[in-house]
Design a protein around this ligand. Sequence first.
Ligand code: HEC
Length: 105
Amino acid sequence: MLQTALRHGLIGLLLITPALAAPTAEQRGKAFARANCARCHAIDRVSKSPLGIAPPLRTLHQRYPIEALQEALAEGISTGHPDMPAFELTPGEIHDLLSYLKTLE
Ligand code: HEC
């Protein structure tokens, strides 16, 4: 029992360590979404958005091509977005966020 637990712990550590060393674009994007978008938008695969009229982020790339989102994010999505603060994301942040959105498919 203890041995199994130890082995699992070890495997877990091995899996986690590289992630800690260098967060992937997906992980940075998720952290960014959690910090900036999760107040209103659901950012995972299953939840409802905290703010009912904000579409879950997982639906965005089904409604818009990723390139269109990229452009909108770069210009600051303020249009048609009354309750949402205008964001201007850096190219790096956009890349990270879109990488994360792609994992939600
Ligand atoms: C204060 C609440 C709030 C926050 C924070 C917020 N949003 Fe929104 N967002 C909304 C609402 C409300 C809508 C729906 C607006 C509508 O349909 O008119 C929306 C819609 C969107 C849309 C779709 C626009 C469209 O035309 O369909 C995108 C893309 C979007 N948000 C991206 C983001 C991203 C990325 C973040 C984080 C960087 C974010 N939002 C943070 C409230 C918010």
